[in-house]
Design a protein around this ligand. Sequence first.
Ligand code: ADP
Ligand code: MN
Ligand code: MN
Ligand code: MN
Ligand code: MN
Length: 333
Amino acid sequence: MSYRAEYIWIDGTEPTSKLRSKTKVVADGAEPPVWGFDGSSTNQAPGANSDCVLNPVAVYPDPIRGGDDVLVMCEVLLPDMTPHPSNTRAACAAVAEKFKDQEPWFGIEQEYTFLKDGRPLGWPQGGFPGPQGPYYCGVGSDEIWGRDVVEMHTEACMEAGLAISGTNAEVMMGQWEFQIGPAGPLEAADQIWVARWLLYRCGEEFDIAATLDPKPVAGDWNGAGAHTNFSTKAMREGYDPIITACEALAAKADLHIKNYGAGIEERLTGLHETAPWTEFSYGVSNRGASVRIPWQVEVDKKGYIEDRRPNANCDPYVVTRLITDTCCSALAD
Ligand code: ADP
Ligand code: MN
Ligand code: MN
Ligand code: MN
Ligand code: MN
């Protein structure tokens, strides 16, 4: 007998990479081996020299197929087995290893928008729904669209063994969120990519697409972000390290903004619960700040911070690498 392994990888689409996957039938008892693909079809290689390598980095039970079948998250390598230029995981792995003694944890809030016939799900053709207000955490068929996909996706993440910690309907009609974490920098990022793949795959069952577009509708409609919650062991035990982390993020604000997802200027306008991308700020309970210290964290004098800047379309390997590097370097001093 044999089982199916769905190899999932990140392609070279500019400016925002896309997920790809294909199926390998593997003999029972064998581990999913190193495999390959045609990089000339994914913006990862020229046609004359098109082989790219799929290196398995994490294996999860496949909740769609069930049985012995698995999902295999891969990193892309060149044929000489060094990281491909599109591979952002390798640098994340190095930083995670460097600072592992500080025990960094991440919780990522992945927002997204369901699409049907090119419109956000539930939106009338050629028109607009009523203004924002009732949709966030709403209930009822006049407010909520796509809950059946959300339920299937949540179950799929749980069955795959991902650290999914919750879901909610968002402020814009047709927009939702799931959270992954807390988990280490590499684990949280691997799992966000797998959870994104599962979201698209579950959507196929309902003929509903999902987009990570950070500003799917221009104007007075909320964008989609990926708030990134972060702590180290020291931050979970005291308040001074929380402030040190915020100040470290302030000093590197431009570097972070540049790497938090394409189109961030359109989303971080200063409206719709965002801070303007041009001005870094942090504050207690402030959902209009770049970085929020949750109210309970100030009371307890320990806990975590929330970087509210990353776009929904960010690369979580880049985001967790940068936050770990910036904050853990400062905390080590
Ligand atoms: P919000 O109130 O901003 O909507 P959510 O509840 O959606 O926050 O998401 C918070 C995320 O932070 C969850 O994924 C949670 O697991 C994670 N989290 C909780 N505690 C920590 C911590 N100490 N370090 C890192 N992440 C954490
Ligand atoms: Mn072929
Ligand atoms: Mn949230
Ligand atoms: Mn949200
Ligand atoms: Mn949040």
